[in-house]
Design a protein around this ligand. Structure first.
Ligand code: GLA
Length: 397
């Protein structure tokens, strides 16, 4: 929905008048470095050009009125600043409510209610971080509201908003996710991926100069909801493996180990599951470094091969894939013009990401799409994407 249409809808739902504040936050795709962000490792995601747009207006009664044209059937949902508790029924509004809660926890208490309208074009449940996008776009709106109403929030950086978004996932929604999604959504840069060290949040932008190669996302259309998945269990397994290895070597995160250092201590992991989980974290972290080096040297083929290796590792060692993802990845990897392919995001459904030669993209989507339909019984969806800019305020003029 374009901005004018959104504004019209806003007025139709909430009534005319008042000052509107608008903001946008993208979705993200992770190119390599999966399940390393809670193991002190590196990730290499980029922001997308699709995302979530929000428009808000201050209310004087302390009430929160939410409406999203992605969920028109639920209509306007209401809550208040005195009632910021997570509830199942609050549905998608838990994310903006959670951000208001996180702001308060961090000393940025909102004292005015809001009319809040959201419109997004990130496919829901696809693992492209629609929820982190809602958190961060809400953060941008709230920072502006606080500046205007309380003279607060001038010091809040986009990185701070990302950290609050993570706090919402962890402490409000109960998903022990890492910082990757919110960070790249808040900090993304056009035509660049971000190499982020999740142990200390140091980062560098890497231009995605891939002459003649496109990033293609394939959606399995198998919805995934990480809250219901084994995500938290994987995190616990990694933490358990870390505690065992800490008896052998001085580390604070699994990803501090190089593959060689890991080999030297891996015998301590007598439980096969823990050995495999830790091995994935360590080797995946090493793959990020090699992939970024390859990209910088213009060796896109090497980057693609590392993506293939990353998929095998997440499938066999980390067990965060599923039949639909493996099918889509296999078909992609075997298609002419594809340099590499892997699942992306949390796993157990959602999307894969592939690097495909530009002149082969059309045939790629057709061949892989046909094969997927035949094997799984329903369609996959493909998106040819560009790396976009991170979260920002929008002008409505
Ligand atoms: C989800 C989480 C991220 C990260 C990925 C896996 O997207 O939100 O923090 O752990 O899964 O890499």
């Amino acid at each position: 929905m374009n901005k004018t249409k959104m504004q019209e809808t806003f007025y139709r739902i909430f009534g005319e008048g008042g000052d509107l504040i608008a903001a946008f936050a993208p979705g993200r795709v992770n190119l390599i470095g999966e399940h390393t962000d809670y193991n002190g490792g590196e990730v290499f995601p980029c922001a997308l050009t699709i995302g979530t747009t929000a428009i808000a207006r201050v209310r004087s009664d302390g009430m929160l009125h939410f409406y999203s044209d992605n969920f028109p059937d639920v209509g306007v949902m209401t809550s208040s600043l005195d009632d910021l508790i997570y509830t199942e029924e609050a549905n998608w509004t838990n994310y903006p409510k959670g951000m208001i809660w996180a702001m308060k926890q961090n000393g940025y208490r909102l004292d005015q209610g809001l009319d809040f309208f959201l419109s997004g074009n990130i496919p829901a449940g696809a693992g492209l971080s629609s929820s982190a996008s809602v958190e961060v776009v809400t953060g941008v709106i709230l920072r502006e509201v606080l500046k205007r109403t309380r003279g607060l929030g001038e010091d809040l950086t986009n990185q701070d908003l990302a950290l609050m978004g993570k706090q919402v996932e962890n402490d409000y929604c109960g998903l022990n996710s890492g910082i990757m999604d919110q960070f790249v959504i808040a900090m993304g840069k056009e035509d660049c991926a971000i190499r982020l060290n999740t142990a200390d949040l140091s980062y560098a932008y890497a231009p995605l100069h891939m002459e003649g190669v496109q990033i293609v996302i394939g959606n399995t259309n198998k919805p995934h909801k990480l809250g219901d998945s084994a995500y938290n269990t994987r995190r616990e397994e990694c933490e358990k493996a870390l505690r065992i290895l800490q008896e052998k070597t001085q580390i604070s995160h699994l990803c501090e180990l190089t593959p060689e250092a890991f080999e030297a201590v891996q015998d301590a992991l007598t439980e096969d599951v823990l050995l495999r989980r830790a091995r994935h974290a360590v080797t995946e972290n090493d793959r990020v470094a090699r992939a970024v080096t390859a990209l910088e040297a213009g060796e896109v083929e090497t980057f693609g091969k590392l993506m293939n290796e990353a998929h095998a590792s997440i499938r066999d060692d980390f067990e965060a894939s599923c039949l639909e993802l493996d099918t889509l990845v296999d078909l992609s990897q075997n298609c002419i013009g594809c340099l590499g392919s892997r699942m992306t995001g949390g796993g157990w459904g959602g999307c894969n990401v592939s690097l495909v030669r530009t002149d082969a993209v059309e045939a790629f989507c057709k061949t892989v799409g046909d094969g997927y339909r035949q094997a799984i019984g329903y369609d996959a969806t493909f998106y040819i994407v560009e790396a976009g800019e991170g979260a920002r305020l929008l002008s409505l003029d």
